[in-house]
Design a binder for this molecule. Structure first.
Ligand SMILES: [Zn+2]
Ligand SMILES: [Zn+2]
Length: 357
């Protein structure tokens, strides 16, 4: 059993970003950016015959059933099985031992089990399985550039649904990137507004808006040298937020290394503030709005991100956009200024400890 626990922790640590060497991290990232040759090989195998697929998968399957089985599954399953067999043989499972024996087993087993489980939970809390935000920003940018360069792709939508309440099927943070052959409705509407404002006033609407918010500082939640997080005055969701770049950038493609560090920094801080709000990993949908990838110049676009969390008063009481919202107009339960004040108070030390977030 001890071997089982030890192997489990070793494997767990090896899989966490924190436990990886530089070379392992590079290999992990390379997996997310396959070369065209690797992609072609994978596609050819998976679209080929049964035997092509077998040849492609054989090595991994062989390893899973030999090495991984011996190192990992054997100890976990075999250990439990041997334990069960022993207890059965000692007539422990059919209730034929003395009452004292069962009490003794409970008195020793429960504390040991609890201690082991507690240690496991603490280790998971400590290592986490997330990547540093800067790494995620780099992958987003690479994917944007790669997908955007494909002829016919007009817009690359990067977004993330977090939490079951927003339809996420996996509990860990994971994003989606949709490459569109057309400009979808919402960015198209924003593009029309940005173009119209620029034509009329000769400046960028979002640069002007950001300057106005920074002047009054009532709805700004947090900021760094590159980005500002604020609750927009038109917010419809109770704790809706927006991150805007301070300088006029059309999209992530224009972010240099320092800019990507700063975007990672503000994303981390915003997500800690959100989690602290109700002391839960706050469910939300977030995503980028930026220039289309239609090959044209887009001086009107100003890089920004939107965050839409559904919660209203607590971890379980959510905002429903129903009745009046459907028939008349959005109805706000509190003002964006109040929401910004709550988010400022939420602080940037994660409620589960300084390491988390
Ligand atoms: Zn601008
Ligand atoms: Zn937008």
């Amino acid at each position: 059993m001890l071997l089982g626990v030890g192997v489990f922790l070793t494997v767990g640590h090896g899989m966490a970003w924190e436990g990886m060497s530089e070379a392992e991290r590079a290999a992990e990232l390379a997996m997310w950016a396959p070369t065209p040759a690797q992609l072609a090989e994978q596609l050819a195998a998976l679209q080929g015959s049964y035997f092509d697929v077998v040849a492609h998968r054989a090595f991994f399957v062989f390893m899973a059933q030999t090495m991984y089985f011996l190192l990992f599954f054997f100890w976990r399953c075999g250990g439990m099985m041997l334990l069960g067999m022993a207890l059965y043989k000692w007539s422990f499972l059919d209730g034929r031992r003395s009452e004292r024996a069962y009490l003794l087993a409970a008195a020793t087993g429960v504390p040991i089990g609890l201690a082991l489980a507690w240690y496991g939970v603490m280790e998971l809390e400590r290592v986490r399985f997330g990547m540093p935000e800067r790494t995620v920003v780099d992958v987003w940018r690479e994917q944007f550039l790669e997908l955007g360069s494909i002829p016919g792709i007009q817009y690359v939508q990067i977004f993330e649904n977090r939490g079951a309440m927003m339809g996420a099927s996996n509990p860990h943070p994971h994003c989606q990137i949709w490459a569109n052959a057309h400009l979808p409705t919402v960015p198209a509407r924003e593009q029309a507004s940005l173009t119209g404002y620029r034509a009329k006033h000769g400046e960028c609407m979002l640069c002007r808006y950001l300057a106005a918010e920074l002047e009054i500082m009532e709805r700004v939640v947090c900021e760094n040298a590159g980005f500002v997080a604020l609750v927009p005055f038109w917010a419809i969701w109770p704790f809706e937020m927006m991150i805007l770049s301070r300088t006029h950038l059309a999209g992530v493609a224009e972010l240099d290394s320092a800019g990507r560090d700063l975007l990672g920094d503000i994303l981390r801080r915003v997500s800690i503030r959100y989690d602290n709000l109700f002391a839960v990993p706050l469910p939300n949908s977030m995503g980028f709005h930026q220039q289309p990838t239609d090959g044209l110049e887009h001086p009107e676009w100003h890089l920004h991100l939107h965050f839409f969390p559904p919660l209203l008063r607590s971890a379980t009481i959510r905002k429903f956009s129903v009745g009046y919202e459907m028939l008349a107009m959005p109805q706000r339960d509190f003002t964006p200024e109040m929401a910004a004040a709550r988010l400022r108070e939420a602080g940037e030390v994660h409620y589960r400890g300084p390491q988390a977030g």
